[in-house]
Design a protein around this ligand. Sequence first.
Ligand code: FAD
Length: 387
Amino acid sequence: MTVFDLAIVGSGPTGSAAALGALRTDPSLRVALLDRADFPRDKSCGDGIAPHVIDLLARVGVTGVVDDHTPVPRLRLQRDGARVERTMARPTWVIPRAVFDLRLRSAAQAAGAMLLRHRVRDLRAAQLVTVDGEVAARTLIGADGVGSVVRRALGREQGPLAVAIRGYTPTPTERAGAQTIVFDTARQPAYAWSFDRGDGLSNVGYGQLLGARAEHPNRAVLLERLEALLPGASEGGPGSWRGQLLPLSSGRWPRQEGRVLLAGDAAGLVNPMTGEGIYYAVATGLAAGRAAAQAVRAGAPGTAGVRYRRLTRRLLSSHLRHIAAAARLSRFDPVLGAGLRASARHQRVFDDLVELGLARGHLTPTMIRSLGRELLLPSRPADPLRT
Ligand SMILES: Cc1cc2nc3c(=O)[nH]c(=O)nc-3n(C[C@H](O)[C@H](O)[C@H](O)COP(=O)(O)OP(=O)(O)OC[C@H]3O[C@@H](n4cnc5c(N)ncnc54)[C@H](O)[C@@H]3O)c2cc1C
């Protein structure tokens, strides 16, 4: 059995980033990147890529990932008849995951990772970590998404979940050049989206939080709500509909220890306010890869967890608490309405909101003050949001 320095389960954005982080730290490392799927593979997603993701990739030498795609400059938020639309501080991209994930995986392979097609079923961790009795490694990173086998092998519980469905449909003129989000006041917290890809098609979908006791919506219900909020959107291309669960962050960063680490969706890192997870996937993937490489290089693979905690503390600790608080607050209709009004009045509040929803932002004093004002002074002059 070949012994790798690092085995990574899953080669989505998290897994590829982990390989890149590790090999950037030590190019001589033996890294195996395992996935059950053949690539390119589709993945249910809104395909929204924040500019911060491109920054992180550039830092490990991966450039040009979005060059042949059209940047999306505007974000539109709607609720009942009200809406705010502004240009974002930096544009985002909408890139089908079949394309984006393959590019990252190819970059990981070019950096030296060995790609293995393998569905992982079983994991044993001792002096080495053994995968299905076939692959052995000094360290291992679980980057295997929402249903993570590695998470279950570590005995970690699944956190809160949302469910969403996505499809591709022609972009109507009024939704071109923008990412549109329409909040569903009938089933809060839930929203429909339409993200213009810039090639005549949009990624459209609908997602909602799953309550512990509430009945889970089926595909017909999700598509019916999508159509109610974005008329015409559910007439997407046949075969493009794909649903999936999203593992939402509960606000806490689960303790990472030993030589087996979790990152991205496997670690339950999806923004509970927006459903964005690719930024965390790449950020924690890179950090986990670096931590594993440092630990192996130091001859102490068992210290990977401590190193990973250190590398992610600044990134995650307070940010996760802030998005958890923001997600709880935005479940109250008056707060959501006040947030949209404040964003319509002040570009700064809008920018802070985008930062909180897409990357590593915080609830800023400007946001809190403006929210408070909108909540406490309902007699303010004409609502700037009414369409
Ligand atoms: C409908 C929907 C819309 C979303 N929209 C957005 C968005 O617009 N922007 C955004 O930032 N985020 C979005 N997200 C979240 C985003 O998709 C995830 O956060 C992101 O894919 C996480 O990347 P990952 O690499 O951790 O997991 P994944 O992308 O799920 O990759 C996991 C990989 O592991 C492999 N794997 C799984 N199990 C095994 C196994 N046992 N053995 C071997 N391989 C295995 C899989 O084949 C897969 O390739 C959305 C999610 C959903 C469901």
